[in-house]
Design a binder for this molecule. Structure first.
Ligand SMILES: *Cc1c(COP(=O)(O)O)cnc(C)c1O
Length: 422
């Protein structure tokens, strides 16, 4: 595969930006080599500036649930852009999106739109602290909630790849208020609450963890979080920035968190995220209440438009989620047959990931023990064959509605050859 132009673009980019990128994993640090520089994308395919075509399972790290450049999203955006790109004033679009979100998430009685998942979780934590008048928060090792200081402690995703669980620049004082526990470890949660439960403002969790690769919650892990937080007057925050709209966690597990964070799919590929939940909590956010949070571009009309178009298509397509999940299962089952028992391929809805580990992965320790060298070879072999995967084992892969049976067959054929050459 020729990546000559991408290599030149990468060299040029590195002159101006750390690692040549604006978000760390994009620079291929953990797999090496040149990241393809992207020229365009359509449906399930992504095209680089060297003219290579790939079947894309990154989907912009989750948002592109309909595939790239969906006709209806594009035309909605085209007419929106003619009306101006930002007003800094209320629009009906914001209420329309809020109303749509509530159809997916009845627990979100009151919502606030922001611009990134990082902002959503950071703000939800502030609200939890302001509401409970407590300082400490509990998070889980390998869960990534964006890069705000108090959540950048034992974080997953790019932070995991770079082996830098807590970043320089996060003060000791900030980190001290964050308690990081192993995912799926109910006993550890109970122990911490027994020790200092009345100082804990909130537990924040990815109810389906996608930032250490995909790790599913064990039996009563989430229910126990609900029980223990309620008992001690702490809030339960579900960070569904990644798993939201691809899974129906709150209904499936019959658990209602106090606050939910959304991102990725909610913006249909434009910068948008949100946090919300119980009205009695959210009414403390300014200007109704004294907990401050604001944003120049929050509720941006283009982002609202893309989000609305995306959610409307999901809602109006019969069995959208079931079909997307079934399509994902078809690929996952095929991969399992090819890769065998020495590889774990967990799936949740249209999310899946590949761990080169013979042992099921239940937490960050298991994920970190997976074979990085095997992953690296597999990743390169797949890329060579036109399959665009996330360049790290600590990331989740995404299926879109635009992926076809032919895409799946091609991916499986590439997997077979990549595995033999591994
Ligand atoms: C991506 C992600 C975030 C951060 O969202 P950004 O838009 O990248 O700031 C937060 N939480 C989870 C679970 C995520 O997957």
């Amino acid at each position: 595969m020729n990546l000559e132009k991408s290599a030149a673009a990468f060299t040029r980019a590195k002159k101006f930006m750390p690692g040549g990128v604006n978000s760390p994993v994009r620079s291929y640090g953990s797999v090496g080599g040149t990241p393809p520089f992207i020229a365009s994308a359509k449906g399930s395919r992504i095209f680089d500036i060297d003219g290579n075509e790939y079947i894309d399972y990154v989907g912009s790290w989750g948002p592109m649930i309909l595939g790239h450049a969906h006709e209806k999203v594009v035309s909605a955006l085209q007419s929106a852009v003619e009306r101006g790109t930002s007003y800094g004033a209320p629009t009906e679009l914001e209420t329309n999106l809020a109303e749509l979100v509530q159809k997916f998430y009845p627990s979100i009685e009151v919502i606030r739109m922001v611009n990134s998942g990082t902002e959503a979780t950071m703000s939800a934590i502030r609200v939890a602290r302001g509401f409970t008048h407590r300082d400490k928060i509990v998070k889980f090792i390998g869960c990534y909630h964006g890069h705000s200081d108090s959540l950048l402690v034992n974080a997953g995703s790019g932070a995991a790849t770079f082996g830098e669980p807590s970043s320089p620049g996060v003060t000791v004082g900030t980190a001290r208020d964050t308690i990081a526990l192993p995912y799926n470890d109910t006993a550890a949660v109970e122990k911490v609450f027994a020790e200092c439960g009345e100082q804990i403002a909130a537990v924040i969790v990815e109810p389906i963890a996608g930032n250490m690769g995909l790790v599913l919650p064990k039996n009563n892990f989430l229910q126990n979080l609900r029980d223990v937080t309620r008992k001690f007057g702490a809030l339960l925050i579900f960070d569904e920035v990644m798993c939201g709209f691809r899974n129906n966690v709150q209904a499936d597990f019959k658990i209602t968190p106090d606050l939910t964070c959304l991102g990725k799919v909610i913006g249909g590929g434009l910068p948008c995220a949100a946090y919300g939940g119980r009205a009695d909590i959210m009414r403390n956010v300014s200007p109704d209440g004294r907990i401050y949070q604001a944003g120049t571009l929050s509720g941006n009309p283009l982002a609202m438009t893309a989000g609305i178009a995306t959610l409307e298509i999901i809602l109006s397509t019969s069995n959208f989620t079931e079909n997307l999940t079934a399509k994902t299962s078809k690929l996952v089952d095929g991969l399992k047959k090819i890769l065998g028992a020495s590889v774990q391929i967990p799936q949740a809805g249209s999310m899946f990931s590949i761990f080169f580990s013979a042992k099921p992965v239940e937490n960050f320790e298991d994920a970190a023990a997976a074979d990085q060298n095997k992953f690296k070879r597999w990743f390169k072999n797949m890329l060579e064959r036109g399959i665009y995967l996330a360049p790290s084992q600590f990331e989740t892969l995404f299926m879109s509605a635009a992926h076809t049976d032919e895409d799946i067959s091609k991916t499986l054929a590439a997997a077979e050859r990549s595995w033999l050459n591994g």
